[in-house]
Design a protein around this ligand. Structure first.
Ligand SMILES: [Mg+2]
Length: 275
């Protein structure tokens, strides 16, 4: 079985063989409902810096700097990005608001968009398949067909992930196995989730396979000894490889890069080393 052409092999020495647990990030890895959140976050932060006259470099350079720390923290609880922004404001000589205040502003803006999309799903104006990474349901079924239990680890608030999983018809696959911060608990760490999942499943680290579009889950799956598949997903309806995510995921240690799950069956056959 050869690797499907849409899959980029980054680590030619990647372990192949039976995997016993699969771990998925949620936003950008299964759900596309929140895609566009980095734009919302960066715009909000730039607005504050502008209002307080804290931008001394050319504005695009400042926006690129803000975007880089936002993306570097992708996968941590959202409050971490707001804490980092408050430090940025202080470092530039401004007076930061409490991180929780920035978080509230961000969520208010983002959730208006998210809730409108939920409404479309609830009413049937949109289908679940339109708001997931292409063939997300297919790859989950392919793992289940191989008897591999599925887990989700997300930095997004648990109540939101659970509701969205339901609307996207993912609950049948991952219900009850979603780890995410409750009420924006800042102590939530994907590292803890991954260590616990490996321990409680009674597997060795190399029997873990992880899928994510962020730095944190990629690094933590590698740290645990597993295989990390980087999901360089684009917004709903766009498709193809997201070049910025691809580069970030490779730098974080991803073994393979996929744009979506269109060739999930072939990918799993290759990973398992099927004849
Ligand atoms: Mg993500």
């Amino acid at each position: 079985m050869s690797l499907p052409p849409s899959v980029e092999l980054v680590n030619s020495g990647v372990r192949r063989g039976a995997f016993r647990v699969a771990l998925f990030d949620f936003d950008g890895t299964l759900s596309l409902v929140r895609e566009g959140w980095p734009r919302v976050m960066v715009d909000l932060m730039m607005g504050h810096l502008r209002d307080q006259r804290l931008i001394r470099e050319p504005e695009p350079a400042c926006a690129a700097h803000v975007e880089s720390f936002v993306m570097a923290l992708n996968g941590h609880p959202t409050i971490r990005q707001m804490e980092r922004f408050a430090e940025e404001v202080a470092a530039r000589g401004g007076t930061p608001a409490a991180p929780a205040v920035y978080l509230r502003q961000f969520l208010d803006t983002l959730l208006a968009v998210v809730y409108a999309r939920w409404g479309d799903l609830e009413s049937g104006r949109a289908r679940a398949a339109e708001w997931v990474v292409p063939n997300a349901h297919g790859i989950l079924r392919a793992f289940e067909a191989r008897g591999v239990p599925l887990f989700v680890a997300s930095g997004t608030d648990l109540a939101h992930v659970a509701r969205e999983a339901e609307l996207l018809q993912l609950t049948a696959h991952v219900g009850g196995r979603i780890a995410a911060p409750k009420d924006n608990d800042a102590s939530f760490r994907k590292r803890d989730v991954i260590e616990r999942t490996v321990r409680e499943s009674g597997i060795r680290g190399h029997e873990l396979i992880g899928f994510g579009d962020g730095v944190v889950e990629t690094q933590e799956v590698k740290r645990a000894g597993g295989v990390a598949v980087g999901v360089a997903s684009n917004p709903a309806g766009v498709g193809g490889v997201n070049a910025a995510k691809r580069d970030t995921l490779i730098a974080a240690g991803a073994d393979l890069i996929v744009p979506d799950y269109e060739h999930a069956t072939e990918l799993l056959a290759w990973l398992w080393g099927d004849a």
